[in-house]
Design a protein around this ligand. Structure first.
Ligand code: OSB
Ligand code: MG
Length: 368
């Protein structure tokens, strides 16, 4: 494929409900979206998972715009790309900025698949025709509200319930959940809210039979997590710390986790995600696809990635209607009893609804 034109957008969409984690609350999702057009008029789409504050990671919508505009897009424009794997190689000498890189890299994957009349799943080597999904529930003002939400999500058929925790909103919350729902597949995500000082406190979570605890310690740590994993029975799942296949290799060698959450934005794209997937498979580490409150394009890429065989645990890829009054893709992502069907159209398998997209676009720049 050869990108003849690239359109960069900043898009702003309001979430149905604010989403609260240990690091803050999000109500509006502001993100970069790219459209890569080749000489044949095929279009590939890529969505950044960064938002407007550097809380989950150091990247923001604004830093993404800068990286894409000044460094990443100029590198790809007019260049013959024989395979999407080349893109991450060409970006390697630019440090970090993985979410910005992934925006463009995933668009090239979509374009490549469309050019070869394949689904993105086929291009990636995925197998599944449907995927199982769970739901990530933000921190709630009180336990009663949380229990009601969990009940509603269970009725909808979600295969995994993930709740956000932080100091002061952990042990007693999980105890109440387990009282009400003794056997559901349940996990907790701390988003780096604890330190090794909290080991004894975190040991109390062992009694709740959680599938895993996600990223309890520092966002860039793998050393302390290895110490913690030796002292708790609950499997640790790393999210923030796994920024590359190399980071995954080190975490596995150190015993820092027993499960890994793969987010294509955090690791720089689909090629790196596949590498982490393959490495984990070799080491019997199950993986699942994390979410970053994506709109439709990001959601579609996550679905395609999840078709790889070692994605054995339900991911955070809930349907469009969980997040948005109106998504930018058609059809929207739907779910039936916790199962999402993998589309069989070319590339990501969803069309972007341009009329909707225009309404949500706040800034646009065309490179050709
Ligand atoms: O840590 O997985 C996380 C959302 C934003 C930033 C970080 C995280 C999350 C989620 C939501 O847990 C997952 C989703 O529904 O997309
Ligand atoms: Mg997480």
């Amino acid at each position: 494929v050869k990108p003849a034109k690239i359109v960069l957008r900043k898009v702003s969409m309001r979430l149905k409900a604010p989403f609260t984690t240990s690091f803050g609350t999000m109500q509006d999702k502001m993100f970069c979206l790219v459209e890569v057009v080749d000489e044949n008029g095929h279009v590939g789409w890529g969505e950044s998972v960064a938002d407007d504050t550097p809380a989950y990671s150091e990247e923001t919508t604004e830093t993404n715009w800068h990286m894409l505009e000044d460094f990443l897009i100029p590198r790809l424009l007019g260049k013959e790309i024989d395979h999407p794997d080349r893109v991450s190689e060409w970006f390697q000498d630019i440090r970090k900025n993985n979410m910005a890189k992934a925006t463009l890299e995933t668009a090239v994957w979509d374009l490549y698949a469309k050019n070869n009349e394949m689904t993105l799943r086929e291009a990636l080597g995925g197998q599944k025709s449907e995927i199982e999904v769970g739901v990530s529930i933000g921190i709630q003002p009180d336990v009663g509200t949380l229990l009601n939400i969990i009940e509603e999500k269970l009725e909808m058929g979600y295969k995994k319930i993930k709740v956000k925790i932080k100091p002061g909103k952990d042990v007693h919350v999980l105890r109440e959940i387990r009282k009400a729902f003794p056997d559901i597949p349940l996990m907790a995500d701390a988003n780096s809210a604890y330190t090794l000082e909290d080991v004894e406190h975190l040991q109390k979570l062992d009694e709740f039979n959680l599938m895993m605890i996600e990223q309890p310690l520092n966002h860039d740590d793998i050393v302390d997590h290895a110490v913690l994993q030796k002292r708790v029975e609950t499997p640790i799942c790393l999210d923030e710390s796994i920024v590359s296949a190399d980071a995954a290799r080190k975490a596995i060698e150190l015993g820092s986790c027993r499960i890994i959450n793969i987010k294509l934005g955090r690791v720089g794209g689909l090629t790196e995600s596949k590498k982490i997937h393959d490495l984990c498979e070799k080491h019997d580490i199950p993986v699942w696809c994390g979410g970053m409150l994506e709109a439709g394009v990001g959601r579609a890429h996550n679905i395609a990635l999840t078709t790889l065989p070692n994605f054995t645990l339900p991911g955070d890829t809930a349907p469009s209607s969980h997040y948005w009054v109106e998504d930018i893709i058609s059809p929207e992502v739907t779910m039936d009893h916790g199962v999402v069907k993998v589309p069989d159209g070319p590339g990501i398998g969803f069309d972007v609804n341009r009329e909707t997209l225009e309404r949500y676009t706040t800034r646009i720049k065309v490179f050709d």
